[in-house]
Design a protein. Structure first.
Length: 161
């Protein structure tokens, strides 16, 4: 049986057992597995298969940067030649200060096609990071948009009902 078939045949209890907020315990996977009625090994294997098959990218903590020292962020739009988007995107995404890096389509008057979110402790730190990205990629055509206020920040929630 191929792994994709195994993934789609997973019991709903395993998929639904993955909480929005992970338990802050010594062995969170064991605690989740107990709630799902499966072994810890089966839960971890299932998550590994989901990751390997591209259904999930990762399980990670979400840092609410505004509650920490990272109080500044800027969205940067970059004009990147189409033939360089893959290479340039990987370089931009490699910066630890970059939390998001996307290619988007150009539209009419808007000729920027790569977008990044850069985080820092100050606007100067963000600007310095953008300058480093520009220097490393050779992309000098960009615009910065500083965040003023956050209305919502959550992870994607999937309705399991």
């Amino acid at each position: 049986m191929c792994r994709i078939d195994a993934v789609t045949a997973l019991p709903d209890t395993i998929v639904k057992a993955i909480p929005y907020d992970f338990p802050l315990t010594e062995r969170p996977y064991r605690d989740i597995a107990v709630g799902a009625g499966v072994s810890e090994e089966e839960l971890i294997e299932t998550l590994s298969n989901l990751r390997a098959d591209g259904f999930i990218r990762r399980i990670a903590a979400i840092l609410y940067h505004r509650r920490t020292a990272y109080t500044c962020n800027v969205m940067v739009v970059w004009r990147v030649p189409e033939e360089d988007v893959d290479r340039i995107g990987r370089v931009m995404a490699s910066f630890p200060e970059v939390s998001h890096c996307y290619e988007r389509g150009r539209a009419g008057y808007w000729d920027y096609n790569v977008f990044t979110m850069v985080h820092g402790r100050s606007s100067e730190e963000c600007t310095d990071t953008v300058k480093r990205i520009s220097t490393e990629t050779g992309i000098g055509d960009f615009e910065l948009f500083a965040s003023k206020r956050e209305f919502k920040k959550t992870s994607l929630m999937v309705n399991n009902g």
